[in-house]
Design a protein around this ligand. Sequence first.
Ligand SMILES: CC(C)(COP(=O)(O)OP(=O)(O)OC[C@H]1O[C@@H](n2cnc3c(N)ncnc32)[C@H](O)[C@@H]1OP(=O)(O)O)[C@@H](O)C(=O)NCCC(=O)NCCS
Length: 154
Amino acid sequence: MFESKILLYCSMGLKQIDHGSKEYLQMVNLRYEIMRKPLGLNFSQEELAKEKNDILIGAFDEDEMMGCCILSDMKDGCARLRQMAVQKNMQGKGIGESIMRFAEIIARDKGFKALTMHARDTAIGFYEKYGYKVKGDRFIEINIPHHIMEKKLR
Ligand SMILES: CC(C)(COP(=O)(O)OP(=O)(O)OC[C@H]1O[C@@H](n2cnc3c(N)ncnc32)[C@H](O)[C@@H]1OP(=O)(O)O)[C@@H](O)C(=O)NCCC(=O)NCCS
């Protein structure tokens, strides 16, 4: 397992992508398939338009997007991690971990002091592996239970 993760890190490309680019379209499709379609939901044009101010991150195998996430500036020194998703058939192979680590590097580099998120309850165990802590009570967003999680960036 360890060796296959090392191989994955070496072969996978992590990069920031531009809003409105063909990579961004791939990202929206991936997020729709993994996060919204199973809930019977879609993105509004208004929601997507706001993302032009965000930091958009994709993990690629050649030209194919394997996973993604978004960092939004909360204007209080923190960034909010959003829309973390990995292609269904590629989950459990370390892609989520490498996106998480890359997002933290970018966030530190941009001067953010902490990362925060609205974590789906089903993903809390994943974020806990990287030092994120639950804060506050459960709440419902897009019809499913979430908790706020956060971590200071050193
Ligand atoms: C959650 C998600 C992003 C994780 O990505 P992934 O590529 O599958 O995760 P990785 O393979 O990098 O896993 C890293 C570690 O986290 C663990 N892990 C992965 N998903 C987990 C989960 N949902 N709960 C608890 N642990 C999890 C893995 O077992 C692995 O542990 P290990 O290092 O001890 O082996 C991915 O499963 C996904 O897209 N899920 C559906 C969308 C979603 O829920 N997104 C989060 C919204 S808040």
